[in-house]
Design a protein around this ligand. Structure first.
Ligand SMILES: Nc1ncnc2c1ncn2[C@@H]1O[C@H](COP(=O)(O)OP(=O)(O)O)[C@@H](O)[C@H]1O
Ligand SMILES: [Mg+2]
Length: 238
C-alpha cells in the first residue's frame, strides 16, 4: 500500500439551519484514509454517517473544516465544481441498486462513459473489464438487469461505480437490501477490489459488515469515537 493520503478530513463541522433552529450534526471530525485502504465508517442511526458520506462524496460541503481528496482541496467548492469532482473521483454504490431495469448489464455499466463521450467500442471494452473486476461473469453481460438476483444487481452497480476508474469507491449500506448470503458475496467483492489496490469506504450500521474492512471508524453523536484496525482482516494489495 502506498502511504499517500487519499482522503484528509480536518475538524469538519456540519450544522443544519432551519429557520432559527440550528442542528449540530458533525462536531469536529478528523481522519485520513490512505490510498488503497479499505475503511468502514460505522455508527448507529442518527450518528451522522450519511452527512459525512455526503461530504466525502462531494455531494455537500461542510460548515467549517477542510477536506482534501486525492490531493485536491474540495472544502469550499461551488456546486458545479463539486459535480465535476464527483464524476471524476467518486464511484458510488447505494443500498438500492438504481439500475435501468430493461437495459442490459453491459449497457448499465456503459452509461457513465456515454456521458463522458467515449466511443462505442471502448465503452464496451471498459464496461466488460469493470464487470469482470466486480465478479460478474461474461455469460451475464447481455442479460437484462431485471433478470438478475439482488447480489448480481449490486455487482453490476459496483461495476458501474468502477468504470470511470474513480479515486475512491464509496458505498452506503450496500448490503442493506440483500439477504445475508448474497450480502456476503457483495462484501467479498469489495475485499477483492481492495486486493486490486482500490480505495474503498463502506458506510454501515452493522458491526458484521464493518468487520470486512481492514479498519473501522466509529461515529457517535457527530464525532469519531474510535479508530481501530480490524487486525484479522488486514490484507495487502498485489
Ligand atoms: N437537512 C437536515 N436538517 C436538520 N437535521 C438533519 C438534516 N439531515 C440530517 N439531520 C440530522 O442529523 C443527524 C444525523 O443524520 P444522518 O447523517 O442522516 O445520520 P445517519 O446516516 O448516521 O443515520 C440526525 O439527527 C438527523 O436528524
Ligand atoms: Mg444514513
Amino acid at each position: 500500500m502506498s502511504h499517500a493520503p487519499m482522503i484528509e478530513i480536518k475538524d469538519i463541522v456540519k450544522d443544519y439551519v432551519n429557520g432559527d433552529e440550528t442542528t449540530h450534526v458533525l462536531k469536529g471530525v478528523s481522519f485520513s484514509i490512505k490510498k488503497g485502504e479499505f475503511v468502514a465508517i460505522m455508527g448507529p442511526s442518527g450518528s451522522g454517517k450519511s452527512t459525512l458520506m455526503h461530504i466525502i462524496g462531494a455531494l455537500d460541503v461542510s460548515t467549517s473544516g477542510s477536506y482534501t481528496l486525492d490531493g485536491q482541496d474540495v472544502s469550499s467548492l461551488e456546486p458545479d465544481e463539486l459535480a465535476r469532482i464527483r464524476k471524476q473521483k467518486i464511484g458510488f454504490v447505494f443500498q438500492a441498486f438504481h439500475l435501468l431495469p430493461r437495459a442490459t448489464v453491459l449497457r448499465n455499466v456503459e452509461l457513465p462513459l456515454i456521458y463522458s463521450g467515449i466511443d462505442r467500442e471502448e465503452r464496451a471494452r471498459r464496461a466488460g473489464e469493470a464487470l469482470i473486476a466486480a465478479g460478474l461473469d461474461e455469460s451475464r453481460h447481455e442479460h437484462l438487469s431485471n433478470q438478475l438476483s439482488g447480489g448480481q444487481m449490486q455487482r453490476v452497480a459496483i461495476a458501474r461505480a468502477l468504470v470511470n476508474d474513480p479515486a475512491i469507491i464509496l458505498a452506503d449500506e450496500p448490503t442493506g437490501n440483500l439477504d445475508s448470503k448474497t450480502g456476503d458475496l457483495v462484501l467479498d467483492t469489495f475485499q477483492a477490489l481492495h486486493r486490486q489496490g482500490r480505495t474503498v469506504v463502506l458506510i454501515t450500521h452493522e458491526p458484521y459488515v464493518a468487520s470486512h474492512a481492514e479498519r473501522t471508524l466509529l461515529v457517535r453523536d457527530g464525532l469519531i469515537v474510535e479508530d481501530r484496525l480490524n487486525t484479522d482482516k488486514v490484507t495487502h494489495g498485489p
